[in-house]
Design a protein around this ligand. Structure first.
Ligand code: GLN
Length: 534
């Protein structure tokens, strides 16, 4: 059992633990051993994925033993009690370090747990370690991490996406059954798409940001990265709900997702067969103009990214499935897409320049050893402690907030944000779900984009809008494109209708098997067939 336990979903592992077929310490040991074998400090080892920023072996084993003792006494903590999880390195845990993969937080030990961590702890989850990420969640490839790059388990020469690239790679490589990420402009959904996972940015305000190292506070939301929609649903049901310590937390009650998690039972968990079809009578809109964006034609994509996405093709196939299940699908025009990235960047960088001002060498982590006086401490610590991308964004953010440029940039961006929100609200009054691509490309080669920030930013064109508007969106695997690499589609819904999105995703996954393809099989196929093998 130990050998293959890593292949199961988190809910399956939770079931096996409850049935006493395997224990939480055995499961935790299996994942830790695999993760340890991959754990490298030097990311220039091209045979390693380098998914974790740090591993917490001792505390994980102790947690697993303690949870197992409670399970043995007959306590039911949650459907995934005893199951291990990887946590993005920007979410505070009292175990180990929390560094946002930045030099400036080297050695920082959080004095408290994030709100989501408290909830996971109460549900009996076991924390394996902290997943690598782009420094302070700024990036889309995990190449800006101070701890070295993470590689894509589907093809080690490519990026896993980002900024939650370590979380995605950990799940895709089966170094964790599922993981937490954070999404400010696509950082859960894009790595999910690049690694064939289901990843969700929940409705803004549904999950506590208390203890999440803030990047863009009005955009940030923690969410799940998982092997399928059901695992994503169980994780979101645990981490959602009110937290008085986050002033933007609105959800009174956590999501329950009974339709997804207990399809054969009702809200009171009593049987109500047969299962309701979530797609019957639903209206789905595909924004056709998303595929004709100036500067994003397939030739242009080929020029900028070296290979365009075939997501449209896969989305058309998914459309057929949704229609077969009783949904009405039509194409429509969703305006303002060309303003999504600039608006996002202005607002995210403005908020980041303020949020990151606290890292000054006095309160947290790294302090420059050569500093002579207080100004020197600030200046040298920040110069030495932040990487290039973080500095670029702090400078941009300070610029758009400066008195001479505030109206022209920041205020204008807030106004455009309002218009984008109106456009989405209008679209979502005509449709229950918007079906869109996640990214313009599949995962690209390591080093391919990092020197061209503008090209990198363009990669976020489909994901940033819903961070600006607050709507929920889930990335779901839908096919394979250039080089046999995974591609995702995005289901966007009305605020607080996170359950419908996960229900539809789960239903789609019941009748298709793209999400069941694993990176390990792909690597084996590549070795035996001399190609991607699909
Ligand atoms: N890739 C985006 C960026 O570089 C998104 C980051 C995020 O969601 N944290 O800003």
């Amino acid at each position: 059992m130990n050998m293959e336990i890593r292949q199961y979903t988190a809910l399956e592992i939770g079931g096996l633990i409850r049935e006493k077929k395997i224990s939480s310490p055995e499961v935790t040991r299996a994942f830790l051993d695999a993760a340890k074998a991959d754990f490298v400090k030097a990311s220039d080892d091209e045979t390693k994925i380098n998914a974790y920023a740090s591993l917490n072996e001792e505390t994980a084993m102790a947690q697993a033993e303690a949870v197992q003792a409670r399970i043995d006494k007959g306590e039911f903590l949650s459907p995934v009690a005893g199951v291990p999880i990887a946590i993005k390195d920007n979410i505070c845990t009292t175990e180990g370090t929390t560094t946002a993969s930045s030099k400036i937080l080297t050695g920082f030990q959080a004095p408290y747990d994030a709100g989501v961590i408290e909830k996971l702890r109460a549900a009996g989850l076991v924390f394996l370690g902290k997943a690598n990420m782009d420094e302070f969640a700024m990036g889309g490839s995990t190449e800006t991490s101070y701890l070295g790059i993470t590689r894509n388990p589907w093809d080690l020469s490519r990026v896993p996406g980002g900024s939650s690239g370590g979380s995605a790679a950990a799940v895709a490589a089966e170094f964790a059954p599922f993981a937490l990420g954070s999404d400010t402009g696509g950082s859960i959904r894009q790595p999910a798409a690049f690694c064939n996972l289901t990843g969700m940015k929940p409705t803004y305000g549904s999950v506590s940001r208390y203890g999440l190292l803030a990047y863009g506070s009005s955009l940030d939301q923690i969410g799940p990265l998982a092997k399928d929609a059901k695992d994503a649903a169980v994780l979101l049901s645990i981490i959602s709900g009110k937290d008085e310590r986050d002033s933007t937390s609105v959800a009174e009650e956590p999501f329950r997702f009974c339709d997804v998690l207990y399809p054969e039972k009702g809200d009171d968990l009593s049987p109500v067969p047969p299962r309701r079809n979530p797609l019957a009578g639903k209206r789905i809109g595909i924004p056709s103009n998303y595929f004709e964006i100036p500067g994003l034609s397939s030739q242009e994509i080929a020029r900028v990214f070296g290979g365009g996405s075939t997501a449209y093709l896969h989305i058309c196939k998914a459309r057929q499935k949704f229609e077969e299940l009783g949904a009405t699908v039509e194409e429509f025009e969703l305006p303002l897409i060309q303003y999504a990235v600039p608006t996002y960047l202005i607002i995210a960088c403005a908020e980041a320049s303020s949020n990151l001002s606290r890292y000054d060498g006095v309160k947290y982590g790294y302090r420059s050893p050569d500093a002579k006086d207080i100004h020197d401490i600030y200046y040298k610590t920040r110069s030495e402690g932040f990487g290039t991308e973080v500095k670029r964004r702090i400078i941009l953010g300070s610029f758009v907030l400066s008195s001479g440029y505030f109206d022209a940039y920041y205020k204008k961006a807030l106004q455009v944000r309002g218009l984008i929100r109106e456009a989405f609200d209008k679209a979502l009054s005509a449709y229950d779900i918007i079906l869109a691509p996640v990214c313009p490309t599949v995962a690209y080669e390591i080093g391919g984009q990092i020197k061209d920030p503008l090209a990198m930013y363009l990669g976020d064109i489909y994901t940033t809008s819903v961070n600006l508007t607050g709507h929920p969106a889930v990335a779901v695997p839908c096919g394979f494109g250039e080089g046999g690499m995974p591609e995702g589609m995005q289901l966007i819904g009305r605020a607080w209708e996170d359950g419908l999105l996960l229900d539809v995703a789960a239903r789609y996954q019941e009748i298709t098997d793209v999400h069941k393809q694993r990176a390990a099989e792909s690597t084996a196929n590549q070795a035996t067939k001399g190609g991607a093998g699909r």
